[in-house]
Write a protein that binds this ligand. Structure first.
Ligand SMILES: O=C(O)CCC(=O)C(=O)O
Length: 278
């Protein structure tokens, strides 16, 4: 498959790019039905926490599914889909390795995801991680589409800040601050579009204020030159589905994080890894 030069140019320029209509309506309907049935019958062991069908919080009725590819063929097939492989390879310049799948349901009324950088969790070194975010429903600002922050593709991991009250609309009270003068932009997507972005890009999503679901199937990858990734992401897979059993070690620490100085980002504090915090 030939990857559009416009896609690659946009990814290299911005650290993110959307490939329109990469998956068909039918494929998306099948994924949406398959994973919605999975969570509605209890998550098959992949749900984050117990599924509580009567809970007032929509995210407890429809929690996200984490790492279903570790036992589910549909999720595994998505993760190593050749269309994703081609786009990721074009974007990163070399074929990456696959480490994660996730399904978000984001039903009506669900809170969004705080602004963050994915490499704060994956801790890929050297290089970064990559995400492929497939829209299983049309996404817009009303149902809480992804929000991307321009000019953040080369940032180090930034120190997160407390924002009291954020958890009314998002998952918690801590978020990655925006560079001075820069605002997040909405990623307006149709079902079947795939958003690709690197692990430095600050992104998140706001509340779903519509009466529509906003479901997504996500794959996470690490660049070819990576030598370390956080423990949670093992096993690491090649894009042909085989396991990588040497050459990539566990990242151990959080290390320094950045703050916005007068003219440049200053590396100062240190952040706690997700694994250390849980
Ligand atoms: O789908 C969302 O709202 C957030 C997803 C996200 O932050 C991610 O894939 O890293």
């Amino acid at each position: 498959m030939q990857v559009d030069a416009e896609f690659t140019d946009a990814f290299v320029r911005d650290g993110y790019a959307i490939s329109r209509g990469l998956f068909s309506e039918d494929e998306c309907q099948r994924f949406a039905d398959y994973f919605t049935s999975m969570v509605e019958r209890g998550g098959d062991g992949w749900a984050e926490g117990a599924v509580d069908p009567t809970h007032p919080d929509p995210l407890k009725r429809y929690p996200r599914l984490l790492q279903p590819h570790r036992g589910d063929d549909v999720a595994f097939g998505f993760m190593i889909d050749p269309r994703l492989k081609e786009h990721l390879t074009a974007a990163a310049g070399a074929e990456p390795f696959a480490v994660q799948t996730m399904v978000y349901f984001k039903p009506p009324g669900a809170r969004g995801q705080n602004l963050h950088q994915d490499n704060m969790y994956l801790l890929v070194q050297p290089g970064t991680c990559l995400a492929a975010w497939l829209a299983l429903d049309d996404c817009d600002e009303e149902n809480g589409c992804m929000m991307l922050v321009p000019q953040t593709k080369d940032l180090p991991i930034m120190c997160q800040v407390e924002t009291p009250g954020l958890d009314k609309e998002q998952w918690g009270n801590i978020e990655t601050p925006l560079p001075p003068g820069v605002q997040p932009v909405p990623a307006l997507m149709k079902r079947g579009d795939v958003l690709f972005f690197n692990g430095s890009v600050i992104h998140g999503s706001f509340m779903n204020r519509s009466n529509r679901f906003r479901r997504t199937l996500i794959g996470h990858y690490i660049v070819a030159e990576a030598k370390q990734v956080a423990k949670y992401y093992f096993p690491v897979f090649r894009m042909d589905g085989s396991i990588v059993d040497s050459g990539i070690e566990e990242s151990k620490t959080g290390g320094p994080c950045g703050t916005y100085g007068e003219d440049a980002v200053v590396l100062s504090g240190s952040f706690k890894t997700w694994e250390a915090a849980h």
